[in-house]
Design a protein around this ligand. Structure first.
Ligand SMILES: C[S@@+](CC[C@H](N)C(=O)[O-])C[C@H]1O[C@@H](n2cnc3c(N)ncnc32)[C@H](O)[C@@H]1O
Length: 426
C-alpha cells in the first residue's frame, strides 16, 4: 500500500492544475520574468514572493553542497523548491499533505522548468502525503540512505506564534529533523538545512531552534536571515544551517524592492543603542528608517554604507514604527541599499515652537513657508482622529507653494516631553 501518491513534473499535470485553480486564479504578475504560477488564494497568502525565492536560490548556489536531491517536505505551491531546482539544476522532491496544493505544486515545477533549463525535472516529483514520513517517501521514488543534499521547509504556523510552542508548527521541526536526519548528506559543516520561521518568533524560540539543530549537528554554522518588503516590519525570518549557512555571517538582511529586485547585506547583528538626550539642531539630518533594519540588528553595517565617515550619527529612537537617526551629514541616498531602508529623510529647518494641533495651524504654516516647503507630511505621533484633519489643513495651506520642496514633521522625545522638527527633503 503506497504511503504517498507520486506526481511527476511533466506537461500532463497542467490540465489537472487548470481544474483546481482555473485561469482566473493564476497569479497575473506584472513582472514579465516572473513565472505565472498556479496558486489558490490560500496558497497565495502562504507562498514566498518569487524574487525572494530566486535570491535565496542564488545564495544556495554559492554554498558548497554534497551530491543529492533538494527536499521541501511541506512544499505548498512549490515556488521555493522549484526556484532552487532551476537555479542549481538539481532534482527536487516536494511533499505536500493537501492533495490539491500538491497538484498545483507539480504544475508549478513544470512551469518553472519551461522558463529555463529543464533537465532536473526527470528525477523531480511532488508526493502527496506526510512530509515527516521520510523513509517511506524516499522509497516511493526509489531513493534510500543519504539522498538529501538540502532540506528547505516553511512549516504552516499558528497565526499568533508568540503564544505557541514550536511543535505547533506543521510539520513540527523536531519531528522533521528526527525523521530526516539519517537521509541528509552531511559534510564537514553539517547538513544543508533552511527553515522559514515566523518573524514574530521570540528570541527564546529562536534559541530553541538553534539548540534543536545543534543537538543533532554540534558546531555547525548558522546564518539568520531577515526579509523585509518595506512595510515597516520583518516579513520573514529564516535560519540557514550547516552547509547552507554563509561562513562567518551570523545575520543577513534581504530587502525586496517594489520593482521586484532585492538588496542584501550581511554581518554580525548588534543591538542599536539610543543616544541619551541628543536634540536635533538646524542643519542636521533626521531620518526615519524601516523598523525591519533595527529588528535585524544589522544597522551598524547599513550605517557604514549610509553615511560618510566624518558624519556624526545618533539613534534618537530605536523602538516602535518610526526608529529615527540624527546625523550631521545627509544620507547617501543614491545607493539602493541605503534608500531601501529609509522612510523619510530631511534636513532640520526649525524646531516648532508649538504643539502640532488644529488650533496651532497658523504658526505651523508660517514655519513651513519659511522653509519653502510645498508639503509638510506629519510623521509624528498624534491622535489618530486628529491626524487626517491637520494633514488636510496643512495640504490646503501649502497648495500655493508647489515650487518648494516636500518636507515632514518629526517628533523627538526629550526629558521635558516631545519636541517637533520641520525637515526638508533633499
Ligand atoms: C507555509 S506553507 C508552505 C508554503 C510554501 N513555502 C510556498 O511558497 O508556497 C506550509 C505547507 O505545509 C503543508 N503541511 C503541513 N503539514 C504537513 C505535513 N505533515 N506534510 C506535508 N505537508 C504539510 C501545508 O498543507 C502547507 O501547504
Amino acid at each position: 500500500m503506497p504511503t504517498h501518491t507520486v506526481l511527476p513534473i511533466s506537461p500532463d499535470i497542467l490540465g489537472f492544475a487548470e481544474v483546481i485553480a482555473p485561469q482566473g486564479e493564476i497569479d497575473g504578475k506584472s513582472n514579465s520574468n516572473e513565472p505565472h504560477l498556479y496558486q489558490t488564494d490560500r496558497m497565495k497568502r502562504l507562498s514566498t514572493p518569487w524574487s525572494v525565492c530566486l535570491t535565496r536560490a542564488e545564495q544556495l548556489a554559492d554554498c558548497r553542497l554534497g551530491k543529492g536531491i533538494l527536499l521541501d517536505p511541506a512544499c505548498g505551491s512549490g515556488s521555493q523548491l522549484f526556484a532552487y531546482c532551476s537555479e542549481l539544476e538539481r532534482a527536487g522532491i516536494g511533499i505536500e499533505l493537501d492533495a490539491d496544493s500538491a497538484v498545483l505544486s507539480a504544475a508549478n515545477g513544470q512551469i518553472v522548468a519551461q522558463g529555463g533549463n529543464s533537465e532536473w525535472t526527470s528525477d523531480s516529483f511532488v508526493l502527496v502525503g506526510d512530509g515527516t514520513d521520510a523513509t517511506a517517501a524516499l522509497a516511493e521514488v526509489g531513493l534510500t540512505d543519504r539522498a538529501v543534499a538540502v532540506m528547505h521547509v516553511d512549516p504552516a504556523r499558528p497565526l499568533d506564534t508568540q503564544n505557541h510552542s514550536l511543535d505547533e508548527m506543521q510539520p513540527p521541526i523536531s519531528t522533521l529533523l528526527n525523521k530526516w536526519s539519517e537521509h541528509f548528506v552531511v559534510g564537514s559543516r553539517g547538513p544543508a538545512i533552511i527553515i522559514d520561521l515566523s518573524p514574530r518568533l521570540l528570541d527564546s524560540q529562536q534559541k530553541e531552534i538553534e539548540q534543536l539543530l545543534l543537538s543533532h549537528w554540534p558546531d555547525s554554522p548558522i546564518t539568520w536571515e531577515w526579509v523585509s518588503t518595506g512595510r515597516g516590519r520583518i516579513d520573514r525570518l529564516t535560519i540557514w544551517f550547516g552547509a547552507a549557512a554563509e561562513p562567518a555571517t551570523p545575520a543577513r538582511m534581504l530587502r525586496l524592492l517594489s520593482d521586484g529586485s532585492v538588496v542584501s547585506f550581511a554581518g554580525r547583528a548588534t543591538e542599536a543603542k539610543k543616544s541619551p538626550s541628543v536634540l536635533p539642531e538646524t542643519g542636521e539630518w533626521l531620518t526615519i528608517v524601516d523598523s525591519a533594519l533595527l529588528a535585524s540588528g544589522l544597522q551598524a553595517q547599513w550605517l557604514r554604507e549610509a553615511l560618510p565617515a566624518e558624519s556624526t550619527r545618533h539613534w534618537v529612537r530605536i523602538s516602535g514604527r518610526r526608529p529615527m537617526l540624527l546625523s550631521s551629514e545627509p544620507l547617501q541616498m543614491e545607493k539602493s541599499i541605503v534608500s531601501a531602508f529609509v522612510s523619510s529623510t530631511g534636513q532640520v529647518m526649525s524646531r516648532l515652537k508649538v504643539e502640532p494641533t488644529l488650533e496651532n495651524i497658523s504658526p505651523i504654516l508660517v514655519s513651513a513657508n519659511f522653509a519653502y516647503l510645498s508639503r509638510l507630511t506629519l510623521r509624528c505621533k498624534m491622535e489618530p482622529s486628529a491626524q487626517p484633519k491637520l494633514q488636510g489643513k496643512l495640504d490646503h495651506g501649502l497648495k500655493d507653494y508647489p515650487r518648494g520642496k516636500p518636507g515632514f514633521l518629526a517628533d523627538v522625545e526629550t526629558n521635558g516631553g516631545f519636541a517637533w522638527f520641520i525637515c526638508k527633503e533633499p
